[in-house]
Design a protein around this ligand. Structure first.
Ligand code: GCO
Ligand code: MN
Ligand code: MN
Length: 391
């Protein structure tokens, strides 16, 4: 059991959150039934309080059943709010389930049936009402069913147009209701569809400037999803951050080339998780650190607590390692050397006619440039030493 003075103990300022669906995951998979009993939303919130999380996020139907009457809904929401308050848990993000009900089998905002598209909008507006009532300021949209098994069913650019139209509509709704939501779009290459439109964070970053209210819309990159696409997750996160679009983040882990595993954060690729944590901490990302993962199917609810504590603990250990990396003298010396400037050489930078003529006129000594050492082997080994506790 961790002591209260343990520096790897989660605290509210770390902004660790879990989806209601993550700790409530019952271990059902396409081949086998649930292994853990159903747990009420209130008990899940209590569990999150017990393990030291800061917040909980939810889909509309994680809390309110899809066919609930308005009075049932209000009763459920009241009781949930009470248990959040009692357990000191906040709700920073809300989202909508547009993938479970069979009505969405052809997609939601991109479905071919206009009535399904309209229903998807209605359901999302109601999920925004719910999120706003719970105090959420971030609204995530994950288009899990927005995709195809066969491209015979629609033109892919029509799907893009439909998606744009829906996001524009939802931005207007949020403004009209004065909800102040920031929309965070979450990409995934496949699963549950054969191919999902907007397969990577980069695709969404390219869509956002084409929206009516681009300032309201950013991304919610997920470790597992970019890893499934074979990409370097941190690079996508960095690009989103640099564009001012990192509105939220889904942390978990994943081995490439597999189904969507949603593993405990840092349980598969310690090194890439390290670069990610180091990036988030170096740039001062202030948003929630959301774990979208679940416990092994072999666990009971005690094991779910181990899982949740493990996600947060690993994040904090990696944060500590990042601080060590940043203050390591040898690492800093190497970093300085590899980007050292040679004086009196014309540079690129901002274009000017004069600068360009100087650059064109300069004769570069390629052989001398090539002599400069780039000790990346040493730099990487120092990183490994720090990660393995040998430094
Ligand atoms: C998944 C997704 C989801 C979304 C969630 C929030 O692969 O199932 O990551 O968990 O994050 O639906 O919109
Ligand atoms: Mn996922
Ligand atoms: Mn996710």
């Amino acid at each position: 059991m961790a002591k209260s003075n343990d520096s790897f103990q989660p605290r509210p300022e770390h902004k660790f959150t879990f989806g209601l669906w993550t700790v409530g995951n019952r271990g059902r998979d396409p081949f086998g039934d649930a292994v853990r009993p159903q747990m009420s939303p209130e008990d899940r919130v209590a569990m999150l309080g017990e393990v030291g999380a800061w917040g909980v996020n939810l889909h509309d139907n994680d809390l309110v059943p899809i066919d609930a009457t308005p009075s049932e809904r209000d009763r459920i929401v009241r009781s949930f709010k009470k248990s959040c308050k009692e357990n000191g848990i906040v709700v920073p993000m809300a989202t909508v389930n547009l993938f479970f009900h069979p009505v969405f089998r052809d997609g939601a905002f991109t479905a071919n049936d206009p009535e399904v598209r309209a229903y998807a909008l209605q359901k999302t507006m109601q999920a925004m009402d719910l999120g706003a009532e719970l105090g959420a300021k971030i609204f995530v949209l994950w288009g899990g069913r927005e995709g195809v098994e066969t491209d015979a069913c629609r033109r892919a650019d029509d799907a893009v147009k439909r998606l744009r139209e829906a996001i524009n509509y939802l931005c207007e709704y949020s403004m009209d209701q004065r909800y102040g939501f920031k929309l965070a779009l979450e990409a995934k290459p496949n699963e549950p569809r054969g191919d999902i439109y907007m397969p990577t964070t980069g695709h969404y970053l390219a869509l956002i400037p084409t929206l009516d209210h681009p300032e309201m819309v950013g991304v919610n990159p997920e470790v597992a999803h970019e890893t499934m696409a074979g990409l370097n997750f941190m690079h996508g996160v960095a690009q989103a951050w640099e564009a001012g679009k990192l509105f939220h983040i889904d942390l978990n882990d994943q081995y490439p080339g597999r189904y969507d595993q949603d593993l405990r954060f840092g349980s598969a690729n310690i090194k890439s998780c390290f670069w990610l944590v180091k990036f988030l901490e170096d740039v001062g990302y202030q948003g929630p650190r959301h774990f979208d993962a679940h416990a092994y199917r072999t666990e009971d609810y005690e094991g779910v607590k181990d899982f949740a504590r493990g996600c947060m603990r690993t994040y904090l250990i990696l944060k500590d390692k990042a601080a060590r990396w940043n203050s390591d003298k040898e690492i800093q010396t190497i970093l300085k050397e590899i980007s050292a400037d040679s004086k009196g050489i014309p540079k690129g930078g901002k274009f000017s006619k004069k600068g360009a003529s100087a650059l064109l006129a300069h004769s570069f000594d390629k052989d001398a440039l090539m002599e400069k050492r780039l000790p990346y082997e040493r730099l990487d080994q120092l990183t490994v030493d720090i990660l393995l506790g040998a430094r």
